[in-house]
Ligand binder design. Structure first.
Ligand SMILES: [Fe+2]
Length: 578
């Protein structure tokens, strides 16, 4: 288990306040000045080009964040102009300005373009010297009465694991925004996780080392943004982004991470700060007024959808429980781990964010309350012998035969009426514990509190999750079984799921999925095999969610796997999955 460094969130806030992060973030948000009346004429601008595309994000009804990065021919200041227009020919320019970027912000440029109209599409571009960036397209939030809203939901893009064909698909979508639920980058070395085919695919991670310093994180973002499919998706649609763990390090929590060793990698607080700085530099996210590691925020799609983006990862999460701490001789002490994950003092959001979320739910009068967040929220509990065979944290090598036998025995027991089950079969079912203690299941009391609160308010709660690299659809229920909403977990852009090497493999994952869905009460559907994204559309009375898949990430020669596509329609009146 990782030894937590002596570090509290307030320490980070204080450290941020005294570091150069605030002025740096301020200076890459270049001023919205009129280009005919600027003070940058005296600056000797170094020639530069646009090699990393453009992006937009965090739309509001009257503004949107625009982003680009310049690559200068040598170190120095670069003056960058920007334009927002109603048309692709830029004849009706509605907003423009210029500013300066430099090495302090890794030559990134961020503009909060104001004075825009609600529910409007805009085109934007940047210029420096005689160079013009690719054109981007974005749209603002609607206001008032809104009939429909739709989103493409993605997470987990691992550069060495495969081509970003899912991003290529996003670029073709006509949706209001892309919701990116994190693992936008991965921190591993070139020989690390999911890199088996990197050389063959021409996608070896840069830098080659595990990324730890600010320079490392910037280099990794630079490599990801050299990808034409990621550039195409970012240019096509506004992104609303939250981070997950790999933007810093695997299985992170507020003050540490599974993949961080303070004795060899330095203070976690420093690494986290470097990761956050690079994240704000490279992603089209509006920096908060007072700089903290706070990214939870609301986007209102008129009276239709209140989109509440959460941080279950870095701002207030207590350290994860590990089954290895509750097992002896490979057998899990079910009672003791239950007592631990049901502990009401455990938090995944932190008290400030929890209070914010309760207030948002309480105040929301929208037809739908949508949580854009990282980890699965529903109850995903499986018999303990399955974990004793398959949990990588518990066994050095997974025992697939033992796990399969336990799964089949549990499915058979589940299929019988309770009075027909043997004592052994009932005990097997009664041993069910969370499959993933890193998800909300490991913080059950807080999850149950939120779901109970939302159910009492009659919220129409829709939880969106990433993190797992597989697709899920579940009913959200309170601890006493009342319907509290629905959950859709999107699969990954390219990261391997249960079908990956060292886990089940594609054949077994294909077989396990339907069996697991039959075993877990609140789980309606899972696909443990494919890469893709979730398309979700809202009207006043119903939502339609479709898990969409592509055929491969091993080649640019891919197609949409229509046969695997799976659609759910949920009526607002009952919120039931059918
Ligand atoms: Fe991931």
């Amino acid at each position: 288990m990782t030894t937590p460094p002596d570090f509290k969130r307030r320490t980070l806030v204080k450290a941020l306040a005294t570091s150069s992060l605030i002025p740096i973030l301020g200076s890459n948000l270049i001023a919205c000045s009129n280009s005919s009346n600027n003070s940058n004429n005296a600056i000797d601008s170094v020639p530069a080009d646009f090699n990393h595309g453009v992006a937009s994000g965090d739309p509001l009804t009257d503004r949107v964040i625009l982003w680009t990065r310049v690559t200068p021919v040598e170190e120095g200041q670069v003056v960058v102009r920007w334009e927002v227009a109603e048309d692709a020919a830029f004849t009706n320019i509605v907003s423009q300005g210029e500013g300066v970027t430099n090495a302090d912000v890794d030559y990134t440029v961020k503009v909060d373009a104001e004075g825009l109209q609600p529910a409007a599409a805009y085109y934007y571009r940047f210029m420096t010297g005689d160079k013009t960036s690719p054109m981007g397209k974005t749209r603002t939030l609607p206001q008032g009465m809104v009939q429909a809203a739709s989103f493409a939901v993605v997470s987990c893009a691992n550069y060495p694991a495969g081509f970003f064909n899912v991003y290529a698909e996003l670029a073709k979508q006509d949706v209001d925004a892309v919701l990116h639920l994190g693992d936008y980058i991965y921190e591993y070395s070139a020989a690390g996780y999911a890199s088996e085919r990197a050389e063959e695919l021409g996608r070896v991670s840069e830098p080659a080392n595990e990324i730890i310093s600010l320079s490392d994180y910037r280099t990794r973002y630079r490599q990801y943004h050299s990808d034409p499919d990621l550039q195409a998706a970012r240019a096509a649609l506004p992104f609303i982004i939250v981070w997950d763990d790999h933007e810093v390090a695997n299985d992170s929590w507020e003050n540490g991470a599974e993949n961080h060793n303070p004795s060899t990698e330095g203070a976690y607080a420093e690494r986290k700060m470097a990761a956050i700085q690079a994240w704000y530099e490279w992603l089209p996210v509006r920096p908060p007024a007072t700089m903290e590691d706070i990214i939870y925020r609301r986007f209102q799609y008129g009276d239709l959808v209140d989109l509440l983006m959460l941080d279950t990862r870095h701002v207030g999460r207590d350290e994860q429980l590990q089954y290895s701490d509750f097992a002896s001789g490979g057998i899990i002490d079910v009672d003791s781990v239950r007592a631990a994950y049901n502990d009401s003092t455990r938090s995944i959001l932190g008290s400030e964010q929890l209070g914010w979320l309760r207030e948002q739910l309480n105040q929301s009068s929208a037809r739908w309350q949508v949580l854009g967040q990282q980890v699965l929220m529903s109850r995903y509990r499986i018999p303990s012998p399955l974990l004793e065979a398959l949990d990588p944290g518990l066994v050095s090598e997974i025992d697939l035969a033992k796990g399969t036998a336990a799964l089949l025995a549990a499915v058979e027991a589940k299929g019988k009426a309770p009075e027909e089950r043997s004592a052994e079969e009932q005990a097997l079912l009664d041993s069910a514990i969370p499959y993933n203690l890193d998800a909300w299941d490991g913080y059950s009391a807080e999850r149950d509190e939120i779901l109970g609160f939302a159910q009492q308010l009659d919220s129409k709660l829709v939880a969106l999750a990433g993190d797992t690299h597989n697709a899920w659809t579940s009913q959200l229920r309170t601890s006493d079984g009342k319907v509290a909403g629905v959950e859709f977990g999107c699969t990954s852009v390219s990261s391997p799921g249960f079908d990956g090497p060292g886990l089940l493999g594609p054949g077994n994952a294909g077989l396990f999925g339907p069996l697991v869905a039959g075993l877990i009460d609140d789980l309606n559907y899972t696909n443990l095999v494919g890469r893709g994204y979730l398309h979700i559309a809202f009207t006043a009375d119903a939502l339609t969610a479709t898990h969409r898949f592509i055929t491969t990430v091993d080649s640019k020669d891919y197609s949409v796997n229509e046969a695997a596509s799976k659609t759910f329609v949920v009526q607002r009146a009952d919120m039931l999955l059918t």
